[in-house]
Write a protein that binds this ligand. Structure first.
Ligand code: XIL
Length: 315
């Protein structure tokens, strides 16, 4: 059986992958991406981000995002929307604008409701807020926090809820996969949003890991967040290594993938897992982490690595 089928047989909603528009011209890539039994869920890696969807104020552009949404729908794959509000990949009119609180509130409301509304009824879950915290647990100092304080989270979530009442609304974050200051801050935020009846349905664990360093507390973290009344998901899984890859590193990577997948499999509230693209050919890792790569379950020639079997074992 293929990975999505295995995930469904374990009671999960999906096993999925990120993809990105430039890759879609690669027909050998598409042949695997389009297999809905392998990938039951798709996340656009870039084309729903603010710089892509609202490059100028009030001017929306759907070309890239529509292409991936239509592809997924054609393949019978469910979609995660990524994302509404993030400090990165922001157009300069947002990041360098100087706005009053009232102005930025309506900018966020307009962006989130137009984006989420454009795909109303077509998206399983939205990363409404991405990466709000620093690793030390303080709020990230970006245009949103600096202008609105913590209230921007509520503003974005409420706009998304109104635009698509059926979509699951997530906060997505990294380095919350182990206990620490960042996870504690996010947990406190979840608690306070829930207490204030702000719409929040899920927490995304990005899970960009390093071979040999997958946090042993991952399953506990998933359960701890779920206990606050949210679902959870592994949203951007990859497990990188210092290149070149060796048989020993690939064997450790296989074990590491199994452990991540098992952590989600064992937690009922963990609805699914998404890898941050399935092939090393199109992974974001080498261009972001110098000297590192080979983070995906398929190699650059679309040959399955030991990590593929590691995932299957976990399911
Ligand atoms: C990455 C994309 O994969 C790259 O193509 C892009 O250049 C930078 O962003 N956390 C996230 C994702 O939430 O949006 C990021 O995606 C990876 C880290």
């Amino acid at each position: 059986a293929k990975l999505h089928q295995l995930a469904v047989s374990k009671g999960k909603l999906y096993f999925g992958t990120a993809t990105d528009n430039p890759e879609l011209t690669d027909t050998a890539y598409d042949a695997i991406l389009d297999d809905g039994t392998m990938f039951g869920q798709i996340t656009p890696g870039n084309s729903m981000k603010w710089d892509a969807t609202e490059p100028q104020q009030g001017v929306f552009s759907w070309t890239g995002a529509d292409q991936i949404v239509n592809l997924a729908k054609g393949n019978g794959q469910i979609l995660r929307g990524h994302n509404c509000v993030w400090y990165n990949q922001l157009p300069s009119w947002v990041s360098s604008g100087s706005f009053t609180a009232a102005q930025l509130t309506s900018i966020i409301q307009n962006h989130c409701s137009t984006l989420v509304g454009h795909y109303k009824g077509q998206i399983y879950s939205w990363d409404v807020v991405n990466e709000p915290f620093n690793d030390d647990g303080t709020w990230r100092s970006d245009v949103f926090y600096n202008t609105l304080g913590t209230s921007y989270v509520q503003i974005a979530l409420e706009a998304a809820r109104s635009a698509d009442p059926d979509a699951k609304l997530y906060i997505n974050e990294y380095n919350i996969e182990y206990a620490g200051a960042k996870a504690t801050s996010l947990l406190n935020l979840v608690e306070s949003l829930k207490a204030a009846s702000v719409p929040l349905d899920g927490i995304g664990f990005q899970s960009h890991f390093i071979v040999g360093e997958v946090p042993t507390g991952l399953q506990t973290q998933l359960s701890t967040f779920a206990a606050q009344g949210v679902e959870v998901a592994i949203t951007e899984l990859d497990i990188r290594m210092t290149l070149p890859s060796t048989p020993a590193l690939l064997a450790q990577q296989k074990t590491d993938y199994t452990n991540v997948i098992k952590a989600c499999a064992f937690v009922e509230a963990c609805v699914g897992m998404t890898i941050w693209d399935w092939t090393d050919k199109y992974s974001w890792v080498p261009s972001t982490f110098s000297g590192q790569g080979a983070a995906c379950p398929w190699d650059e020639n679309f040959v399955r690595k030991p990590a593929y079997d590691g995932i299957a074992i976990g399911l």
